[in-house]
Each structure stands twice: as C-alpha cells, then as structure tokens.
Ligand binder design. Structure first.
Ligand code: HGY
Ligand code: MN
Ligand code: MN
Length: 418
C-alpha cells in the first residue's frame, strides 16, 4: 500500500451522517444527547438508516438472527477469510453521539475512501454493526459479539431478561430478527483480522496531544447484581436500635466497595455502582429491599477477581452485623483481551505512512473487540475525546480527530486485506 497516497476522507459526508444518526434517539435533549437502546423502535430506525448507506455503495448486507449486521465489500478472493471492522450504534441513556458510531460510520467512510482510491481488496472487507454492545437493556454488554464468538450460548442469551421481564429471544424476534440463535456464531476462520475504531473514552490521548492510540489490551469487565434484604417498617414508629434497614446496609456496602477499589495495588482496578433500586421507595417507609449493580474491571483479571472476593467477604460481614441478608449474582466475568501484534504493527505502519503521531495504550472501556479477539487477530484504533468524557452528552471528538482515525483505519484495512 505504501505506493499510494493516503485515501481521501469525505469529512463533510461523514460528519453529516454522524449528526443525522444522533437525531435518531429517544433522548428529549437530542442531539448531542443520545439514547438508543437495543431492539427499540429507535434502534431499528438507526439500523435502517445505516443499511441505506451501505446499499448506496453496493455493500452486500447480511443480518444475523440477533441483528448483527455485516456489510461486505467482496474481495478478489471471496473465499478467503475477510478483514473485519466496525463497532456499535446502541447508546446508553443520555449518552454522547460518538461512542461506537465513529467505528461504524468511520468504518464505512474508510471503505468508501478505499473504493474512491481505486483500491481492490484481495480479501473481502466486512463492516460489522454489533447488536447491543451496551448492557442497558439486558444487564450484560456485547451480546452480539459474545454470540458471534461463542462466548455466550443461545441458552445463556435466552436467559437474559429486560426490566419488563421479557427475554432476549422474545424481544429480538418481536423486533423482527429471526432464525436459530446458534446461527449467530461465526466459524473460527470467518475473519482474517478485526480492527475497531473507537473514541478513547479516557483523557490520555488529549493530555499527551497524541492523535492516535494503538490499543494493546482491553480491560476485563465483571458485572455483579446485589440484593440486600432487611425489614421494612414505619419511618416514625421503628426506633433505631430495632432497625434492619436495607438501604443503610447497602450504603455501607457501596462505600466498602469504593474503599477496597482505592486500596487495590492496581491503578487499573475500577469499581462502579451505577444503579440502585430501593423498595418500597417511600419517603416515610424504611427500605426493606435494595438492589444495586457493581461494574468491576481491571486489565489484570486475577487482581479484579481478588478484589471481587474481598468485596464478597466485606458485604457478607456488613450484612451479618446489620441483621440483613445479601445475595450476589455474577452476570459476567470476562478475561481481558490482548491485541494481536500483526494488527498492532499494521496500525503503527499506517500512522507512519500518514505522518501521524501515535502511542500504544490499554483500553479501560470494554468493546466488542474484547470478544472478537477470541475468533480473530484483533486490534483497536483510538482517537482522543475532549476531557476524556464519554457516556455523557458532552462527549466530543473533532472532525480532524475523526478523520485521522478513519484514514489510519483505511490504510490498515487495505494492508490487512491485500
Ligand atoms: O462500558 C463500557 O466499557 C462500554 O462503553 N460499554
Ligand atoms: Mn459505551
Ligand atoms: Mn463503545
């Protein structure tokens, strides 16, 4: 590829598409705030919009039984394992407009720029839009790439239920996705390599003024649901010594989780309690039941598991001392993923060809690439995001930063597909 000038990015078209996609949202303040939850009408509308863009440039579109969407640029050797790229377009409530979408629409523009340059891929290039990277609806993230990589079986998918108690299989079928769930799993040699373009969702690239991050590893996420059960009662009538207040107990547990995370000798260990449900939730009624979620991560899976163990002991001790019970349910506990040196080096060569500065780094956020690494040599390209902010409406990457990422991706794809 080195004898070709860098593929030209049509930045106006790409930014127009990103901004249009941001309007397809269930968030009243849209855009830039975006809410786009899997298998909702809004999610389906976004998928339709993307499909129309794929078909405009002649990509062959295939949708699997859970909505993973593959837009394929046939290579000169259609039987050879393809080079994959892509990301997700679902968005947690009140999120930003760049998380995931830069990898899908940026991946599309990388393909279009190669088409415009007259490049002919030897291997097919497949742009993937993964179903449900976010855990919003079913409590577990990356269900699309988990199913693709075999990290989640059809039975495990069907066991997932949303807050209305509807199970994954029923919801996906109601959204119009049919076929055997098992057919979502890809053969191990489907992809020759997989590269995802994503915003960093952290402050390092901006702080070091580095335009491109070359990811070397993706942190290991675990999600645990806690249920604390005490005794309810009248807020006026039950004296303090007689209380078994589930929320007061949960509050002490959450604070102990924070302390254990801070005490961990790994700076990469992060613990977040992002959701708390209080029953009965009345101002003058002592909480009898409290559910809360724990998101626990570390690039070192063993350290994460050690801290999870310490959290279990601490919350058991708090429950016993306070006369409440605590039940824990592990929703997922995934190993970290290493990026493949061949892909990492291809990305590095692309940045050199473009004369763009880059640095190697880890990903503290998880991505579908965490699971794609199980079935293909994987790599990720990061671009800076303002203040490291993400999962917030003020998430922002500039058109120039996005263009750098897309050009780097285009050259990387071209090398891997040659
Ligand atoms: O939570 C994550 O790391 C991803 O943004 N879903
Ligand atoms: Mn996200
Ligand atoms: Mn994401």
């Amino acid at each position: 590829m080195s004898d070709r000038s860098a593929p030209q990015i049509d930045l106006d078209q790409l930014m127009g598409e990103l901004h249009h996609l941001a309007t397809i949202s269930d968030c009243p303040e849209s855009p830039p705030a975006v809410t786009r939850v899997v298998f909702t009408e809004t999610d389906l509308k976004a998928r339709e919009y993307l499909r129309s863009l794929y078909e405009q440039v002649g990509l062959v579109v295939r949708v699997d039984p859970i909505g993973n969407t593959f837009a394929r640029w046939e290579g000169q050797d259609p039987t050879a394992p393809a080079v994959g790229t892509g990301s997700h377009t679902d968005a947690i409530p009140h999120a930003g407009m760049y998380d995931g979408t830069v990898g899908v629409l940026g991946g599309l523009e990388a393909i279009r720029s190669l088409m415009r340059s007259g490049f002919q891929p030897q291997r097919s290039i497949e742009l993937v839009m993964f179903t449900s990277e976010e855990p919003t609806r079913f409590g577990v993230g990356c269900t699309g790439s988990r199913a693709m990589s075999g990290a989640m079986t059809p039975a495990q998918l069907t066991a997932l239920v949303d807050e209305a108690g509807a199970d994954y299989d029923a919801v996906r079928q109601h959204a119009g996705f049919t076929g055997e769930l098992s057919a979502a799993q890809l053969p191990a040699d489907h992809f020759h390599a997989f590269v995802e373009l994503h915003i960093e969702q952290g402050p390092e690239l901006e702080a070091s003024e580095t335009p491109i991050g070359i990811v070397t590893a993706i942190a290991a996420p675990a999600t645990v649901e806690f249920l604390v059960t005490g005794e309810g009662g009248h807020a006026g009538a039950v004296l303090m010594p007689r209380r078994r207040d589930a929320l007061a107990a949960a509050a002490e547990m959450i604070s102990s989780i924070e302390s254990l995370a801070l005490e961990s000798d790994s700076a990469d260990l992060v613990a977040t309690v992002g959701k708390v449900d209080v029953h009965p939730g009345a101002v003058n009624s002592i909480p009898s039941r409290v559910g809360f979620s724990l998101d626990l991560r570390d690039i070192d899976g063993n350290n994460r598991d050690r801290v999870a163990e310490a959290i279990a002991e601490s919350t058991d001790e708090i429950a016993t001392r306070r006369g409440v019970t605590v039940e824990r349910r592990m929703l997922n506990c995934d190993p970290p993923a290493q990026c493949d040196p061949t892909v990492v080096n291809a990305i590095a060569r692309a940045t050199k060809q473009l004369g763009i500065d880059s640095c190697e780094m880890i990903s503290r956020a998880y991505h579908d690439s965490l699971f794609m690494a199980r079935i293909a040599p994987m790599g990720m390209i990061f671009i800076p995001c303002r203040g490291g902010v993400s999962h917030r409406p003020d998430e922002f990457s500039s058109p120039e930063q996005i263009a750098n990422g897309v050009q780097t991706l285009a050259i990387t794809l071209a090398e891997l597909a040659s």
